[in-house]
Design a binder for this molecule. Structure first.
Ligand code: SF4
Ligand code: SF4
Length: 84
């Protein structure tokens, strides 16, 4: 199961800097976004990103708090659009 970035994300790129498979986007020099997203097809569920997030915005897809359940689809859809 992939990890998912949810609502508290403040886009400080701490997670992207430690991800061993570079599956958190967009890159810092890309267009501004209010949050980052994890590619569920590439995430290897290593948890490295979870430990560096200052606002506890990253969860295992199976452990997302109820109010943020829809963020699994939001993360997935971001990459679906990028890959079009
Ligand atoms: S769990 Fe690991 S592979 Fe998945 S997004 Fe986080 S750092 Fe990257
Ligand atoms: S470390 Fe947390 S707050 Fe920072 S970009 Fe990643 S998910 Fe967002």
């Amino acid at each position: 199961m992939a990890y998912v970035i949810a609502a508290p994300c403040v886009a400080d790129f701490s997670c992207a800097a430690v991800c061993p498979v570079d599956c958190i986007k967009p890159a810092p020099d890309a267009h501004h976004l209010e949050q980052l997203f994890i590619d569920p097809d590439r995430c290897i569920s290593c948890r490295a990103c979870v430990d560096v997030c200052p606002v506890e915005a990253i969860y295992d897809e199976d452990a997302l708090p109820g109010k943020w359940q829809h963020y699994a689809a939001i993360n997935r859809e971001y990459f679906a659009e990028v890959k079009l």
